[in-house]
Design a protein around this ligand. Structure first.
Ligand code: 13P
Length: 240
């Protein structure tokens, strides 16, 4: 199971002190070999975080990048090669917060290609909005996001899909287990042999319900991952 912490635009250097608690827990965690932990902090923390996590099997990822694989005159931007050079092994792409601020399917496709070239593993986010859900368009939307986002990418081994319904992110609302299981199955059929994670309001309370959905391969966790105790609780409860 994957447990991916998306810290979004939260955290300064001091925040990294909270990692000690997690490292202590993880060293002793009996089910360690079943759990893959990835922290995705803001870019400014990738280097110091990967140094802190060097001797333990926890990896670090980035949250977005510029689509250009080469260096260039793009003020304020960072490309995948640069993120790799400071210690990122993974990258979140296609997150709805970035789709909302202008990332089109085509742009996401370019970003994925550039990140694969830089040898990063991809956490590719897809998900429908509330109005699309109400129109019963979920499957159509997901299918389109997968098709365009992964256009002409042959080797998909380095790609994980994170299903994140937009209406669930930060709202405290999660899909019904039956719906979630059906959607994850649908994605798995479209995206053969790859891992599908769930993201959206995962917390230490609803994890008991979510873990009953057996086809999920892990979780992409926002808010609750910023609190080490809550993040640890989610992991512990998944295996209880
Ligand atoms: P929350 O867990 O805060 O709902 O965020 C989910 C998310 O966007 C992870 O990428």
């Amino acid at each position: 199971m994957y447990f991916i912490a998306n810290w979004k635009m939260f955290g300064v250097l001091n925040t990294l002190n909270t990692l000690h608690k997690f490292i202590k827990f993880f060293r002793k965690f009996k089910k360690k070999r079943f759990a893959k932990i990835i922290y995705c902090p803001p870019n400014t923390l990738i280097r110091p975080m990967s140094k802190k996590l060097k001797n333990i099997s926890i990896e670090v990822g980035a949250q977005n990048c510029h689509e250009n694989e080469n260096y260039g005159s793009f003020t304020g931007s960072v490309n995948s090669k640069m993120l790799k050079s400071v210690g990122a092994k993974y990258i979140i792409l296609g997150h709805s917060e970035n789709r909302q601020s202008g990332d089109t399917d085509k742009l996401i496709n370019m970003k994925i290609k550039s990140a694969l070239k830089a040898n990063l593993k991809i956490i590719f986010c897809i998900g429908e909005t509330i109005s699309e859900k109400r129109k019963k368009a979920t499957k159509r939307v997901l299918e389109k996001q997968i098709k365009l986002g992964l256009k002409s990418i042959k080797n998909k081994k380095q790609i994980l899909i994170a299903y994140e319904p937009v209406w669930s992110i930060g709202s405290g609302i999660i899909p019904k287990n039956k719906d979630l299981s059906e959607t994850v199955n649908f994605i798995k059929r479209k995206f053969k042999n790859n891992k599908v994670l769930y993201g959206g309001s995962v917390n230490s309370k609803n994890i008991d319900q979510l873990k009953l959905v057996k086809n999920i391969d892990g979780y992409l966790i926002g808010g609750a991952s910023q609190d080490t105790k809550k993040f640890i609780d989610i992991i512990k409860k998944t295996y209880n």
